[in-house]
Design a protein around this ligand. Structure first.
Ligand SMILES: Nc1nc2c(c(=O)[nH]1)N[C@H]1C(S)=C(S)[C@@H](COP(=O)(O)OP(=O)(O)OC[C@H]3O[C@@H](n4cnc5c(N)ncnc54)[C@H](O)[C@@H]3O)O[C@H]1N2
Ligand code: MOO
Length: 457
């Protein structure tokens, strides 16, 4: 169901409307090597193909022994005890395929109980149940031939220094769920449970279209009235951070016809910036209204005017043009949408926690504020905004005011990245933002030390 109304929606209601209207479906899959899997989203649950560790093995360089050979009531330091070294087991060897000194050793050492020299990670002989570290014996450390006998000075506790098969993960256990984003740690876990390649969801192809006749390419000489197009870069790289690929990042002219002509058909999503409010030259809104798109006012600041619709079979999310509005709207609506295309659980994009406000700052009445903030360790003393160069207590329209300190009670401290608070045009300060601090619509002033929700960026 599509709707375009004057009644402001909550961000949650707008997200529901957007999902209902655009109906995001998980994309197809492809198989990639673990080395290429970083940042990709796992398509299916990954179960352990074998137990980890796959076999009982030694946790120490030393000697595998039978606990019973120390005598039932042998105290820990009641030795010495002498053993015949009947085997030499390196990691990567099996106890039966070892450089075995059994036989000759037995004849030479008479009735001594057996020990096997064993290295960390090497499989335990079936008859042994504990490992004595080499430091607790008279055997040479480091590179050396296995001795024929070994004297142990300290009896091992039962099962000491043995890592049991399956004690990490049992065979067939669910280890990594479908929808997980593969980090370096995840990829190493997948390797450990038997995978060399994995099925991942295809990266969504996302076209980025920035509208505005005032836009010049980044780095280009500016003629009067022009500004650098920072949103294309922001959106293209946010798409990449979210697991998609930006296949087109360009500006379009300022007419509805230019805009319509620039809409690609061979992508999974189009994200636009600009041209959605009340201006006389708002091409996205003009084109969208003629094509059944939805435009809403959302009770949030920044990011009030929002739109979405279908361009043929391609969903379009139309964000406002102000750069901070773009960053906030992407975090709230586009990132979770890309998450849906990737089959990620919504919870991945909705993580929040609490922090204490550093300085005081103001928030517009009736709109939930999403203030770009930097985090400082709990207990930090805060003067004002995160970037001291920007502090100007005399500002007549500053949103943040001088602050104090907070007790070190375990919460980080959140500080606006700019003295103008959540001003939606503050493009040059976005780099300092680590989080968005969320302030309820009915709150107009945040005081130092107040607890606020924060969303990691
Ligand atoms: N009469 C009203 N005017 C405005 C309203 C309103 O309700 N009534 N809402 C304001 C709010 S809130 C926002 S947000 C903006 C949204 O405007 P548009 O989406 O139409 O965006 P533009 O007008 O095209 O641009 C806004 C602003 O952002 C700059 N911009 C645009 N594109 C880029 C880019 N690619 N890179 C960097 N900066 C960009 C542009 O120059 C403008 O300064 O509308 C308010 N107005
Ligand atoms: O909603 Mo606009 O993004 O505040 O400036």
């Amino acid at each position: 169901m599509s709707s375009t109304s004057d009644r402001p929606l909550t961000p949650e209601d707008y997200w529901q409307l957007l999902v209902e209207n655009l109906a995001p479906q998980r994309l197809g899959t492809e198989v990639v090597s673990l080395a290429d899997s970083h940042g990709r989203t796992l398509a299916d649950d990954a179960h352990a193909t074998f137990s980890v560790p796959p076999f009982d093995n030694s946790a120490m360089d030393g000697f595998a022994v039978r606990g019973a050979d120390f005598g039932d009531d042998a105290g820990h330091d009641d030795g010495p005890w002498e053993f015949a070294v009947v085997a030499d087991i390196a990691a990567g060897h099996t106890p039966t395929a070892r450089g075995d000194v059994e036989g000759t050793a037995r004849e030479e050492v008479g009735q001594l109980p057996p020990a096997a020299r064993i290295m960390t990670g090497a499989p335990m002989p079936a008859w042994a149940d504990a490992v004595v570290p080499v430091e607790d014996t008279d055997a040479p450390r480091g590179a050396s031939a296995a001795p024929r006998t070994v004297t142990v000075h300290r009896a091992p506790k039962p099962g000491a220094n043995v890592r049991l098969a399956g004690e990490d993960i049992a065979a067939e256990d669910l280890v990594v769920s479908a929808g997980s984003v593969i980090s370096a740690r995840t990829a190493s876990t997948l390797a450990a449970i038997g995978y060399g390649e994995v099925e991942v969801v295809t990266r969504p192809r996302v076209a980025v279209l920035a509208t505005g006749a005032e836009l010049a390419a980044p780095g280009e000489q500016l003629s009067p009235g022009m500004i650098p197009d920072s949103n294309s870069t922001l959106l293209a790289l946010l798409v990449r951070e979210a697991g998609g690929q930006a296949v087109l990042a360009r500006t379009t002219g300022d007419t509805a016809a230019d805009f319509g002509a620039a809409l690609p058909t061979d992508v999974d999503l189009i994200v636009t910036s600009g041209g959605v409010s009340m201006g006389a030259f708002d091409p996205v809104k003009e084109y969208g209204l003629a094509h059944g798109w939805t435009f809403e006012k959302v009770a949030m600041q920044p990011g009030k005017p929002q739109g979405h619709g279908m361009a043929g079979s391609v969903p379009v999310i139309a964000l406002p043009g102000n750069p901070v509005s773009v960053a906030v709207s992407f975090r709230l609506f586009v990132r979770p949408f890309i998450g849906r295309l990737l089959g990620q659980p919504d919870s991945l994009a909705s993580t929040t926690r609490m922090a204490r406000a550093g300085p005081a700052w103001r928030s517009s009445p009736g709109r939930r504020q999403y203030l770009p903030g930097a985090l400082l360790p709990g207990g930090s003393t805060v003067r004002s905004s995160a970037n001291e160069n920007l502090v100007d207590e005399g500002s007549t329209h500053g949103d943040s005011t001088a602050g104090g300190s907070t007790d070190g009670d375990g919460y980080d401290v959140v500080v606006p990245v700019h003295r103008l608070g959540s001003g939606s045009h503050l493009a040059a300060s976005l780099h300092a933002a680590q989080v968005l601090a969320v302030v309820d619509a009915e709150v107009t002033e945040v005081k130092p030390g107040d607890l606020v929700q924060i969303i990691p960026l």
